[in-house]
Design a protein around this ligand. Sequence first.
Ligand code: ZN
Ligand code: ZN
Length: 219
Amino acid sequence: MLSYESCIKYAQEKHFCPHCQTRLSCCETPPFHIGDGLGWGSDVMFVCLNDECPIYSKGWKHIEEQYGHVGSYRYMLLPGEKKGDIMMVGSREAFTGCIIDPEELKKQDIRYQDEQESLKELATCVEKHNLRPVIGLILDECAGLQGRLKSCELLAALNDLAGIDPIRNHFFTNKEVERNANMAINQILEANFKKECPYCTEIIKKQAKLCMHCGKELI
Ligand SMILES: [Zn+2]
Ligand SMILES: [Zn+2]
């Protein structure tokens, strides 16, 4: 496994294609070697993904004529090497899905650090009346399931109406978390003698016969 630091380091290296002078993209190496089965010997490689590169644009015709199948070539360079190689690719998309993007990596790292920080804060969030880590984890679809479900429990324990809106405005991809968050919201409403207006979803008194926000009559 590549560490975050080495990913960033590789992704910032600048290498250029000798055939078209385009900067090479830093990509994760595929899990198997297409050629000799020895493996790539590296977790990353630099690849020319320029579709105008002569190696690539002329490659289709060459492979068709030589081997009678569909494919082309891309120029690639392994880290630490001066001279690159050309390798066969089966499609235009080959390698485009595994580009290491330092901006994306940084975002993922920040998200991960936030998650760790929030998990630590869960232990004291009720006594400190701190909604932030609880809401943060419930809304983070990339966070671990256990932490998110724990946060749903703590949300109910925090019993704060301010926690309802952000959850209502979120689209959940994890339905289990959504169910648990909704249960917590119902407990909070119940404990505060409130309900949500079925017309405008604003929070109103449980006994209200008329919504003070949209004016609709509630039966
Ligand atoms: Zn090139
Ligand atoms: Zn209303």
